[in-house]
Design a protein around this ligand. Structure first.
Ligand SMILES: Cc1ncc(C[n+]2csc(CCOP(=O)(O)OP(=O)(O)O)c2C)c(N)n1
Ligand code: SF4
Ligand SMILES: [Mg+2]
Length: 288
């Protein structure tokens, strides 16, 4: 028997930025004609970690900070699916930070949407790694700079929920990058928490839009890094399509082959029953 579930109503506070992220993702799936039953959203823990209930796709609620290894497994096991990982700055940049570095390195093709509100929203407003320098003296973490610094990174973008037209374009570009097999598409969305950290006005004033720069070249990693660093030194944040490497193969999604021509791990290799005899042999060593 097959059970289907109607999309849930979002549980977010009125005015929460996460509505904008969801709306852009909803529109991007429609624009690209991606059926909901061929899409899976895996989400972390937090207010952001409920988006997977709302769009009529498959959904998976990962352990706190573990959305990226879960999404990596799904993307490798079934390359025909559109795989979207989603979560907050707390989930992705604190407990989940180690996985983010390796997701950039491995460049497995799926999209990662981080709803950055510089706070732990669900647990009522504790500081997160992107909170401004506070009493503890810790500097805020910038995932865009980190992503640019990892060899193997192929897509880095940042949007703002209040700039919905740009966010629509970036979400589309991220999905297309991942779905064409080019690799891991990282899109951080500045998504204010109106309840505990209403940053709408200050972020609006601090943005530097690289998409509006006539001579900005998103395929030039070194100059992308320089622009992001220069803006950060002035207390500003670069938004837009910051870096995209299109050189990875044909970009055509094929079930068995990655963009660079290497074979994907076959679904059969991931079948646990194939490895049952080996596992049994290992377990037998501990028999008393
Ligand atoms: C292992 C574990 N540690 C801590 C928590 C408590 N907790 C729940 S959500 C959360 C952080 C949420 O912040 P963020 O990822 O930024 O999402 P937001 O609510 O801001 O969208 C934490 C620490 C938990 N659920 N599990
Ligand atoms: S507490 Fe903040 S992050 Fe959570 S739903 Fe409300 S506005 Fe959004
Ligand atoms: Mg948060």
């Amino acid at each position: 028997m097959t059970a289907t579930y109607p999309p849930a109503e979002p549980i977010w506070c009125a005015g929460c930025g996460h509505f904008g992220v969801q709306a852009s993702l909803d529109r991007a799936l429609d624009t690209l004609g991606i059926p909901r039953h061929e899409t899976i959203i895996l989400a972390g823990i937090g207010c952001s970690g409920t988006i997977q209930n709302n769009l009529g796709t498959y959904g998976y609620h990962a352990l706190h900070g573990r959305v990226l290894p879960s999404a990596t497994g799904v993307a490798l096991a079934d390359p025909s699916l559109t795989v979207v990982a989603a979560g907050g700055d707390g989930d992705g940049y604190a407990i989940g930070m180690g996985h983010l570095v390796h997701a950039f390195r491995r460049n497995v093709p799926f999209t990662y949407l981080v709803m950055n509100n510089a706070i732990y929203g669900l647990t009522k407003g504790q500081r997160s790694p992107t909170s401004p320098r506070g009493e503890d003296g810790a500097a805020p973490f910038d995932a865009v700079s980190m992503g640019l610094s990892v060899t193997g990174t192929t897509f880095v973008a940042r949007g703002f929920t209040r700039r919905s037209a740009q966010l629509d374009r970036l979400t589309l570009a991220a999905l297309e990058h991942a779905r064409s097999g080019r690799g891991f598409a990282f899109l951080e969305v500045l998504s204010p928490c109106v309840n505990y950290n209403d940053t709408y006005p200050e972020w609006e004033a601090a943005l530097h839009d690289v998409d509006a720069e006539a001579d900005y070249n998103p395929s030039d990693r070194a100059s992308a890094f320089r622009v992001v660093a220069e803006q950060a030194a002035q207390g500003r944040m670069a938004v837009g399509l910051i870096y995209r490497d299109d050189s990875g193969g044909s970009g055509q999604a094929t079930a068995g082959v990655m963009a660079d021509g290497r074979a994907r791990p076959a679904a059969a290799d991931l079948d646990p029953t194939r490895h049952a005899p080996v596992l049994q042999k290992l377990l037998d060593r501990y028999r008393v």
